[in-house]
Ligand binder design. Structure first.
Ligand code: ATP
Ligand code: ZN
Length: 590
């Protein structure tokens, strides 16, 4: 049975190839018209003299045609937009074609297509089921996303500005004619940018939900592994489907996968993503404006986007969707506990405080993990202990089950390291809250961590950044002080990366280094003046100065360091109050 099928396919393809070969030679024999090459000026003259009978119009560099006296000619294709119109006005017959079409050629073309189709069919069937699979998968994605569950702006906490801006568009989708009548420039595309999981998809869905129109969603990266030409045609069919639906919202997630900046004049992405991007831009400029279709795109990296995407008439409305502040976090937590039995001991405000830098998606995940834990233990309600436990799962991956595998040594190093961070935090930035210090390792490899919450502020001062660098250095410093210079560990690599980034920014971007001066070295480098070694020197200097400063502080307070570390070894996790009890009492006495 299987062999039989294979044989059939082979025979079929051989026949297809034969037919193809025959047709090609046929075409070669028949298409022997003499084309006289003429210049474009001569061509224009002929037009003026009304000598031209036909033009076979296509996008090739050369176009062919026939004069009234029956001679064929070929000339340069000007490729101007109104070429066809000009021809028609001059009474020339314009035949849009792939070449010079005659009846025979059409026949040839059909046969050619059939033969080619056969070969493609054969290849598809036999060797690349993948393509088939991809097409089916993508079609499934397109459909699955249609209007799945109505979302409204009520379902989104925070992001007030983005919400306001989108609310205006709701009215536009509902009454596009109104805007057209006032001559308002009709928005076509909205770009939402910001970190992952901040609710960009949710906002786009809410726009559709509030306007009560269908929602079509695709993801940019879906187009990337796609077979040649498929991406572009998929864009076209997406828009076709959208137009058939009438008013709607089209959502393109990860638009950066399609619209990467072209680096140094060379095309950045591959041809395939370029083609897909072009198809998208063409479709978008094809809107009439009164259609009530809005394209919303989302990206985590607006800086990598090709400028072509941001031009007027494309994604010219750009809205930032940022990480939630403490109030928004509180609201998001409330939203995601709506359908959950929370224990009375759960204080979501407190959880909001502990979840600084969490995205909405992470918060949702936190509440979900908590619910899973409570359910697993068959408890009546979700209580604070579930949320605490879920917190680690979300922050640092699963809590390691088998703690015996961690050597006592490692535990001690981690305890002092984390105690170092916590102590320096409290010493240099008493306003920062240290809500949690732990030495519980996670599967993601972090030895432990301390949760350090700076007060919500718009700007950071030079002092703030210096303090942050000192806090980052506190871990390594504690290791060095307690275990000696030769026993420092690799555990500080993340801290050093952070410290270095901050120091470089201070010197090269914020003009916060007196010696380096009020210069943006980013701009200097951008202009190819080349000053990186200087920045490097200053960065090293800054960090080592701060290291020494931190060392003095830590030596003065070594007893506190010991106390925190020992408490950590005993309890593994310290909460805000416990840390406060150790540090603040003593510090405020001093
Ligand atoms: N501001 C928010 N309010 C309420 N829930 C939120 C918010 N932000 C995120 N969420 C929750 O997180 C989930 C994921 O968010 P969403 O997919 O919209 O993020 P995104 O910004 O599109 O992420 P990505 O950039 O990874 O695509 C949402 O379904 C929702 O449950
Ligand atoms: Zn550290």
């Amino acid at each position: 049975m299987k062999l039989n099928k294979k044989k059939k396919i082979v025979i079929f393809s051989v026949i297809a190839v034969l037919i193809l070969a025959l047709l090609v030679s046929y075409k070669f024999l028949v298409d022997k018209k003499e084309y006289q090459e003429i210049t474009y000026n001569e061509f224009l003259n002929s037009i003026e003299n009304r000598e031209v009978s036909k033009v076979f119009y296509n996008e090739n560099p050369k176009i062919k045609g026939m004069l009234k006296d029956g001679t064929y000619f070929v000339t340069d294709n000007p490729r101007t937009e109104n070429f066809k119109e000009k021809m028609l006005i001059s009474g020339v017959d314009v035949v849009e074609t792939e070449g010079n079409t005659t009846f025979k050629d059409i026949l040839f073309f059909i046969f050619f297509l059939a033969g080619f189709g056969g070969v493609v069919y054969f290849m598809n069937k036999n060797s690349s089921r993948m393509a088939q699979k991809e097409i089916t998968e993508m079609a499934a994605i397109d459909n699955a996303n249609d209007n799945s569950g109505v979302v409204t702006f009520e379902d989104i906490a925070g992001n007030e500005e983005a919400k306001e801006s989108l609310k205006e568009l709701v009215d536009f989708i509902k009454n596009p004619q109104k805007y057209e009548r006032y001559g308002a420039r009709i928005p076509r595309g909205v770009l939402l940018y910001g970190p992952p999981g901040t609710g960009k998809t949710l906002l786009a869905k809410a726009l559709a939900g509030e306007a009560n129109v269908p929602f079509f969603a695709v993801t940019g990266s879906d187009f990337i592994q796609v077979y040649a030409g498929l991406g572009a045609s998929r864009i076209r069919s997406l828009f076709k489907k959208a137009r058939q639906a009438g008013k709607c919202v089209i959502f393109i997630d990860e638009i950066d996968a399609l619209g990467k900046k072209r680096r140094g004049g060379l095309t950045g992405g591959n041809d395939e993503s370029d083609r897909t991007l072009n198809a998208l831009l063409t479709e978008m400029s094809g809107f009439k404006g009164d259609e009530g279709i809005i394209v919303v795109a989302a990206t985590n990296r607006i800086d990598t986007l090709d400028e072509a995407l941001l031009r007027p008439g494309r994604f010219d409305r750009q809205l930032e969707v940022g990480l939630p502040d403490v109030n928004a976090r509180h609201k998001i937590l409330k939203l995601h506990s709506r359908n959950k039995p929370l224990d009375k001991d759960v204080d979501l405000r407190k959880v909001a405080y502990q979840t600084v830098y969490f995205s909405g998606a992470k918060l949702e995940n936190l509440m979900n993990e908590s619910a899973m834990l409570a359910a697993k233990n068959n408890e009546n309600t979700i209580s604070m202990k579930h949320i605490d436990k879920a917190f680690y799962t979300v922050v640092a991956g699963e809590e390691k089950k088998d703690r015996s595998s961690i050597s006592i040594e490692d535990k001690k190093v981690t305890a002092y390291h984390e105690a170092g961070h916590a102590l320096i935090t409290k010493l240099v930035s008493p306003k920062n809250r240290v809500t949690k210090v732990t030495i519980i390792p996670s599967t993601k490899g972090a030895g432990g961590f301390s949760m350090n919450i700076p007060p919500d502020r718009m700007y950071q001062t030079k002092g703030d950044i210096k303090n942050s660098i000192m806090i980052a250095l506190g871990g390594r410093l504690a290791e060095e002080l307690i275990f000696g210079k030769d026993n420092i560990t690799t555990g500080a690599s993340n801290d050093l990366e952070k410290a270095t980034n901050m120091a470089i920014s201070m010197i090269s971007r914020f003009g916060m280094d007196t010696e380096a001066g009020l210069i943006s070295y980013a701009a200097v480098l951008g202009n190819n003046v080349g000053a990186n070694n200087y920045v490097l020197d200053r960065t090293k200097k800054l960090i080592s100065n701060l290291y020494e400063e931190t060392k003095k502080l830590m030596i003065q307070n070594k007893d506190l360091l010991e106390e925190i570390a020992n408490k950590l070894l005993e309890k593994e996790t310290l909460n805000e109050e416990e840390i406060y009890n150790i540090i603040n009492k003593k510090v405020s006495l001093a």
